[in-house]
Write a protein that binds this ligand. Sequence first.
Ligand code: BV8
Length: 230
Amino acid sequence: MEKIVILTGAGISAESGLGTFRDAGGLWAQHRIEDVATPEGFARDPALVQAFYNARRAKAATARPNAAHEALARLQAAWPGEVVIVTQNVDELHEKGGAQGVLHMHGILSGALCATCGHRWPAPAEMAAGEPCPACHAPTARPDIVWFGEMPYDMDEIFEHLVNADLFAAIGTSGQVYPAAGFVQEATAAGSRTVELNLEPSATVSQFDETRFGPATQTVPEWVAELLAG
Ligand code: BV8
């Protein structure tokens, strides 16, 4: 039966009240990427970076999944073939909406990582500059987030899914950040059909067989209903 691989971005969580990155007034408008989402930025001003992620962790902790997250969980549960969700998002609204086995290629806000020994543990609500690692006690705890210039997580597994996809969908992503923005090419090269669901054309819209425009809470449930209606 058909294998479906879905890539999601900040747009799927927009209607849950979590900011996107590049929309007007988005997260990056308030901060320079180099200052808050790079290892260099963290080394330069760890207090600023920890504060940036503390604020997002607090917002994500109380955010609720929306109809789009819930529709993808329904698809996973009802579809006869495999449905794999890969997300660039660091919130866990897919899981709160009932999805299973979500691959967080850019990490998660609820995770902490030691830059010295690689130990991972559940992040406290607030992390400070010089936060000690519970394992090696070095003052190098950081959010378990993939920053620019760092290798995203689960890439081997993700490429394995892409080469076996029969249908690839990108939902709520601007197609500006690699390697995620290149997934549509990998899927197409492997013979997959491709569809983009977005509020407006992404940077990679021309690479998709089909595009559906509108808010995710409308386009995703409609798309899922059509798929399940056969
Ligand atoms: C790597 C974690 C190599 C942080 C993030 C030049 C050319 C090409 C590539 C590069 C280049 N220079 C550098 C690079 C590589 C770089 C990159 O791609 N840069 C870009 C800016 C050019 N990539 C990297 O550095 C990656 N790593 O390449 O490693 C390597 C190789 C070997 C060994 C070591 C290393 C790492 C990238 C990961 C960075 N971390 N996030 C955090 O979250 O704080 S990326 C960040 O942007 C977010 O994670 C987010 O997921 C991601 C993409 O943004 P989107 O999700 O697409 O969100 P955006 O706001 O952009 O768009 C929202 C979309 O939703 C819009 O389309 C909008 O229309 C739509 N929307 C809005 N509302 C709705 C909606 N849709 C539907 N309904 C709605 N209601």
